[in-house]
Design a protein around this ligand. Structure first.
Ligand code: ATP
Length: 299
């Protein structure tokens, strides 16, 4: 039995999703315009689809794993559950891991100097969005009754056209909002790409393969955050220096030929190493500091 992973065919998440899977050692027989890429070494195939189709493919068990933005996953789950009685809500999508790319915020925004300055001002007004489910949930949570207008694109021009008083849309840098004279007011949801699994039952073989893949993805994620730091330091400063290294385990201390008072310190840092850390290390007596990427990790 093979496993199928769904990723976005072309869009903001495509490249990073594919890169992540390739870093996990997956290789595919690519076909340029086909939606299906056959897995070569492992029995894991790729399905390239529109990102908004991924939640349904997972819910229906067509694919076993999928990479999609949390915003899309949550919206589609709300849509799938709409109108169903509570006892028939059925299984949900299971988010296995945040993937650290595709970060954005679903935000409430409105025209600068207009009548909408907070969520409370939305009562009785019209809000344009491509995310009606998440928007309604947000309004309900805030006890607001308002009309939600579904727009599938160019949501940010709706207030200028007079079709809405405010919008709920994805924002990463805010440039599009500014260009349309809108200001971001409140965050409806923080989102990033995540790995989801189907709620459907898998065969024992598929389960084992899925575990292996998840472990590799975790390894790649960890390796991306992890750095290998090498430096020279006065022997008596080793403890002070180890305390500065972010997320470091016990460092390896090696003697330096002909320098009895100085040692080489090597450490794996599991948190981001910033310039500030390097400056602190230098002030603590470190020299020849090198920060190296880690290619693979297996805990
Ligand atoms: P598709 O044609 O596959 O349906 P799309 O137009 O829905 O694509 P993209 O614009 O490629 O999607 O965005 C895909 C995902 O990237 C979004 O759902 C969101 O999770 C994430 N994302 C990150 N930053 C932004 C942003 N500034 N605007 C829109 N989406 C963003």
């Amino acid at each position: 039995m093979r496993l199928k992973i769904a990723i976005q065919k072309s869009g903001r998440l495509s490249e990073a999703s594919l890169k992540l899977l390739e870093k996990c050692g997956l290789k595919f027989a690519r076909s340029k315009d086909k939606l299906f890429w056959f897995g070569r070494d492992l029995p894991v195939d790729l399905l390239l689809v529109r990102d908004e189709d991924i939640p349904r493919l997972l819910l229906e068990g067509v694919c076993q794993l999928g990479i999609v933005g949390e915003n899309v996953a949550e919206e589609k789950v709300i849509e799938a559950l709409k109108g169903k009685p509570a006892h028939r809500l059925g299984p949900r999508l299971e988010s296995l891991q945040h993937l650290g790319f595709g970060q954005c915020k679903l935000m409430l925004a409105a025209p600068q100097d207009g009548p909408v300055a907070t969520v409370a001002d939305l009562e009785g007004r019209r809000i344009a969005t491509s995310y009606p489910g998440l928007t309604r949930r947000y309004l309900e949570k805030n006890g607001i009754e308002a009309e939600v207008v579904l727009l599938n694109g160019s949501v940010e021009i709706a207030p200028g056209l007079g079709t809405a008083d405010a919008i709920v849309d994805l924002v990463s840098t805010g440039t599009t909002l500014r260009a349309n004279h809108l200001v971001a007011l409140e965050t409806v949801m923080d989102s990033q790409a995540a790995l989801y699994r189907t709620p459907s039952r898998l065969s024992a073989e598929q389960d084992a393969l899925l575990d292996k893949l998840i472990q590799r993805i975790e390894g790649v994620q960890q390796a991306m955050e992890t750095k290998y730091v090498m430096l020279h330091a006065p022997r008596e400063r080793v403890q002070a220096i180890a305390a500065i290294l972010p997320g470091a385990e016990v460092p390896t201390v090696l003697s330096l030929d002909g320098q009895p008072d100085r040692v080489a310190v090597h450490a794996v840092c599991r948190e981001a190493v910033f310039w500030e850390h390097l400056e602190e290390l230098k002030s603590a007596g470190a020299s020849a500091v090198l920060v190296l990427p880690v290619e693979k990790m297996l805990a």
